[in-house]
Design a protein around this ligand. Structure first.
Ligand code: ZN
Ligand code: ZN
Length: 198
């Protein structure tokens, strides 16, 4: 058993990087953690040396489509004795900064749900997931997490909460996740139209 520590900078927050690392690590049966800091993404894992090599290689090769890695450093160290793999709480690092993802237009999966009458987000205009939705326009500070976005005022309903916390769900850790029950709403008021007898 050995340990590895990885530090990645670039557009790596708000693009599904932590869920990607979580799923990759659990697939390879590695224990440890991943977290966002304002200096990037930090990862620490324990495992067999050859599996750690595969892990480090796949981190670069299979990084989420919306991410853009600027710097990537990996170092090996003695194992720390982790017993599970966790997404840890984000941390602020004084003076550090990471570029922020732009907003991303609707992905094919969300588009399909948007027009599926049996989907609970049928015609919900703010539908989004890990691969699409608002980023830049909702972020107030980094590291990028829901409490630091304009979504902070919209607590998740039980259904959204379930998706957000399920590692197999495509909305796992998608910060702007919302639905018609818990998310922002939009409506049109006729106002003066009535008086004009339209
Ligand atoms: Zn989507
Ligand atoms: Zn909801």
């Amino acid at each position: 058993m050995q340990g590895a520590r990885v530090h990645i900078t670039g557009i790596v927050q708000g693009v599904g990087f932590r869920p990607f690392v979580y799923n990759l690590a659990t697939r390879l049966d590695l224990k440890g953690w991943v977290k966002n800091t304002s200096a990037g993404v930090e990862i620490e894992v324990d495992g067999e040396k050859d599996i750690l090599d595969i892990f480090v290689q796949k981190l670069r090769d299979e990084a989420p489509a919306l991410s853009s890695i600027d710097e990537f450093s990996a170092s090996f160290r003695p194992a720390s004795g982790f017993s599970s793999f966790d997404i840890r709480h984000s941390e602020s690092v004084d003076g550090a900064f990471q570029p922020i993802s732009p907003d991303v237009s609707i992905c094919p999966d969300c588009l399909r749900e948007l027009f599926d009458p049996s989907d609970r987000r049928y015609h919900y205009p703010f539908i989004n997931c890990t691969n699409c939705g608002p980023r830049f326009t909702i972020i107030k500070d980094i590291p990028y997490d829901r409490p630091k976005t304009t979504m902070a005022g919209f607590p998740l309903c039980p259904d959204c909460e379930r998706e957000y916390t399920d590692p197999t769900n495509r909305r796992f850790h998608a910060q702007p996740v919302a639905c018609a029950v818990c998310g922002p709403k939009v409506w049109l008021e006729s106002g003066t139209l009535k008086e004009r007898k339209f």
